[in-house]
Design a protein around this ligand. Structure first.
Ligand code: ADP
Ligand code: MG
Length: 308
C-alpha cells in the first residue's frame, strides 16, 4: 500500500514538470498505448490460458518480463490462467540428488522418487516463485496444482508404462470460477490426482489445452523455446506462421513435429475442437511476447486455426 502511494506520488511529481514538447519516444509510447485500446476492450473479461514453461523461465530478466505482462493483462480486466511446467528446474534437482531420468516418447518416465522431486519442485518451488512474482507486481495471484479442489483428475498413462505419468480423465473447474470472478490470477502446476489418491505427473501443455476447453477460453497461448512450429526444427527461419488442424495431423504423421512439440500441437487441436477461438505457439524468449500477441496486430509465432 505504502509502496503504491509513493509510486503514485512519484508519477504525480514527474507529471508536474509538464512539458509542451514530447520526445519521439514519448509520442511512440502514447500511440502504442492508444492502439491497444480496441484489443483491451475486446479481451476485457475474457479468459486467456497461458502455458509458461522451460525457456521463458530460463533467466530472471525474462521471467520478470513474462510476469509483468501477466500482471498487466490482469490489471486491464483480462483473466489470465497460468499453467506451468519446470523441466530444467526438475532436472537440476534430480541431478543434485543423483536420480537419473529417462525420456520415452517425449515423456519423462516417472518412478516414485522422481515423482517426489517433481511435486516438490513444481508445486513447492516453481509455483510459489511465479505467484510471488505476480503479487509483487501489484496483481493478485493464487497457486494451485491439479490436486487442489480436484481440478485435474488423471490415471496412469498407458496402464503405467511410464510409471507415474498421468493422462487426464476429467477436469473440474469449479475451484477456478470464484477465483476468476474475484480477479485472482490462478497459477497451476502440472501435477494431477488419481482416484487411488496418488499424485501423477502430467504434461503441462496437455493441462493447458484441457483447461482452455473447459473454461471456454478466448485464446490458448503456449510460450516455448522456439519461434513456433518449424518446418525444420533446427532452422528457426523455417517458421510456419499459420497452420490449420488438418495440416498439423500431416506434420505429426511425417515426423516434422516431434518430442516436446507433439503435446503442444495435440493440445491446440483439443482446445480448438472444443470451442476455443485461437491457439498460438510463441517464443517465450522474445521480450513481452504475450503483450505483442494479445495487444497488437503483429502476428508472432504460429497461429493454429480451426478447420474452416
Ligand atoms: P517446453 O518447455 O516449452 O514445453 P519442450 O522442449 O517440451 O519445451 O518443447 C519444445 C521443443 O520441441 C523445441 O525445443 C524443439 O526441440 C522440439 N520440436 C520438435 N519438433 C519441432 C518443430 N517442428 N518445430 C519446433 N520445435 C520442435
Ligand atoms: Mg514440454
Amino acid at each position: 500500500m505504502e509502496q503504491a502511494e509513493s509510486t503514485s506520488q512519484n508519477l504525480q511529481s514527474s507529471k508536474l514538470q509538464s512539458k509542451t514538447n514530447f520526445s519521439p519516444d514519448e509520442s511512440l509510447r502514447v500511440s502504442v498505448l492508444s492502439e491497444a485500446l480496441p484489443y483491451i476492450q475486446r479481451f476485457a473479461g475474457k479468459r486467456l490460458v497461458i502455458k509458461y514453461g522451460g525457456a521463458a523461465m530460463a533467466n530472471s530478466g525474462l521471467q520478470e518480463a513474462v510476469l509483468r505482462d501477466i500482471a498487466l493483462l490482469s490489471s486491464v480486466g483480462v483473466q489470465p490462467i497460468i499453467v506451468h511446467g519446470g523441466g530444467p528446474e526438475i532436472n537440476y534437482w534430480l541431478n543434485q540428488l543423483d536420480i537419473t531420468t529417462e525420456f520415452r516418447d517425449g515423456l519423462r518416465v516417472t518412478d516414485n522418487k522422481t515423482m517426489e522431486v517433481v511435486e516438490m519442485v513444481l508445486v513447492g518451488r516453481v509455483n510459489k516463485q511465479i505467484v510471488n512474482g505476480i503479487n509483487k507486481l501489484g496483481a493478485l495471484s493464487i497457486g494451485l496444482c491439479g490436486i487442489d479442489g480436484k481440478l485435474i483428475e488423471a490415471r496412469q498413462y498407458n496402464k503405467g508404462s511410464h510409471g507415474l505419468v498421468g493422462e487426464i480423465t476429467r477436469v473440474n473447474i469449479d475451484i477456478l470460477e470464484p477465483l476468476l470472478a474475484k480477479g485472482y490470477v490462478p497459477v497451476i502446476s502440472s501435477v494431477a490426482f488419481s482416484n487411488e489418491g496418488i499424485s501423477l505427473n502430467v504434461n503441462a501443455d496437455t493441462i493447458a489445452g484441457e483447461l482452455a476447453a473447459s473454461l471456454q477460453a478466448e485464446k490458448l497461448i503456449l510460450l516455448t523455446d522456439t519461434p513456433g512450429i518449424l518446418k525444420d526444427k533446427d532452422d528457426p527461419s523455417s517458421l510456419i506462421t499459420q497452420i490449420e488442424l488438418s495440416d498439423i495431423q500431416k506434420l505429426l504423421k511425417e515426423g516434422v513435429i516431434e518430442g516436446g512439440m507433439m503435446p503442444k500441437t495435440q493440445c491446440c487441436i483439443r482446445a480448438l475442437t472444443q470451442g476455443v477461438s485461437a491457439a498460438h505457439i510463441i517464443n517465450g524468449k522474445t521480450p513481452h511476447a504475450l503483450l505483442l500477441e494479445v495487444f497488437t496486430n503483429v502476428g508472432i509465432g504460429t497461429m493454429v486455426l480451426g478447420n474452416s
